[in-house]
Ligand binder design. Structure first.
Ligand SMILES: [Mg+2]
Length: 371
């Protein structure tokens, strides 16, 4: 089998009204992503999604389309799409960084590989160990009243775990967490994510003050610039520290582990440049005795399906202890899938079809396509 063409289709999907979100990186109102279709000479088509956020990885919708059209498409035409281990280093040599763009292509290759043998991706990876993955919903860093209303809405729906965004104004951060903690029953787990918004001295104080709320984790309390500062915070905090923005590459994971800079790594295919890279990072964490958690960049259906396959198959991802962010489609007006994924309120279910287990909805694609 040979790759005939890699199509990069820019899209813009708004978040649902009332579900736009806010973090220390800024507000997320709509999603300028790219859908990838890898066409083969045998008629099989592989699907991928580049979940782009310039404030995260430096990639934009336009840069992703340009990288695919000018670099990856000419590089990969004629290659066997099932030779994923040969193609990964080719992409890394041709263009540094750009993980979300590479991940979109790599998930498309896995999708084709699964479809050639009629097996789901997690079957190819050794089989599912979970069919359902516990999830949590995210409450943005909004003023207390709005944040509480959102938390109430999620809890009323039956959600068992919440992540509260912090990292902006320390006073408001405490108020927000305190108010949500007060309305949540004891069986509800709550974590916080500062998205690197606190300076180290503020973070130390905040983790002390937040300790009384029995938090499940504190995600990326400080910017990813200093691994020593993160290790120091972890050393002095009773709340488990989760690294997110600090872990993009395999070397990042190694450095976090060897410096005892976190208790949990937040991982997902987009951030790490693909499914294979994500599993490698999970193995490094496993070797170091750390937990892994499935994080998110608010994916649509295809990106979420790739995350679900990883969550289903990896022994290193502990979604029971740290519920996954398998929630992107719930926040968007459309997921671009013919059959929506089964997400929430308590768990996400693994799709069963071959490859990623999903089909693209062509009508939705046309509706949200950017020309
Ligand atoms: Mg995060």
């Amino acid at each position: 089998m040979k790759i005939l063409n890699i199509e990069a289709i820019p899209i813009l999907v708004p978040l649902k009204q009332g579900l736009t979100t806010k973090t220390a990186h800024g507000e997320h109102i709509d999603s300028p992503y790219v859908i990838v279709r890898i066409h083969t000479d045998e008629g099989l088509v592989g699907l991928g999604e580049a979940t782009l956020a310039p404030r995260w990885s430096g990639e934009t919708s336009a840069s992703c389309v340009a990288a695919i059209e000018q670099i990856f498409n000419p590089l990969l035409i004629g290659k066997d799409p099932t030779r994923i281990n040969q193609i990964r280093p080719l992409m890394d040599k041709a263009l540094v960084h750009n993980p979300f763009t590479k991940a979109a292509i790599e998930m498309g290759l896995w999708d084709i590989t699964g479809k050639t043998v009629g097996k789901s991706l997690c079957e190819l990876l050794g089989g599912a160990i979970h069919t359902e993955i516990p999830i949590k919903m995210v409450v943005g860093a909004f003023p207390v009243e709005k944040a509480v209303a959102l938390a109430e809405k999620f809890l009323g729906w039956g959600v068992l775990s919440l992540k509260v965004k912090v990292g902006l104004d320390p006073y408001e951060d405490i108020e927000r967490v305190s108010a949500i903690h007060a309305i949540a029953d004891r069986n509800i787990t709550i974590g916080v994510d500062a998205n690197g918004g606190w300076k180290p001295t503020i973070a130390r104080d905040m983790l002390n003050r937040l300790a009384k709320f029995d938090l499940l984790f504190a995600e990326q309390p400080i910017a990813p610039t200093s691994i020593e500062s993160l290790a120091e915070l972890r050393e002095n905090s009773n709340i488990p520290i989760m690294a997110d923005e600090s872990v993009f590459t395999l070397s990042d994971a190694w450095n976090i582990c060897t410096n005892n800079a976190a208790d949990i790594l937040s991982i997902y295919p987009g951030k790490h440049g693909g499914i294979s890279n994500t599993l490698e990072i999970a193995n490094v964490a496993y070797a170091a005795g750390l937990n892994c958690h499935i994080g998110s960049n608010l994916e649509l259906g295809i990106g979420t399906a790739a995350m679900l396959q990883v969550a289903a198959t990896s022994n290193c991802v502990d979604s029971k202890s740290f519920p996954a962010d398998l929630i992107g489609p719930l926040y968007h007006e459309a997921d671009l899938l013919r059959t929506p994924l089964k997400l929430g309120p308590e768990v996400a279910k693994i799709p069963e079809g071959p490859g990623l287990g999903i089909e693209l909805d062509e009508e939705q694609l046309e509706q949200f396509r950017v020309n």
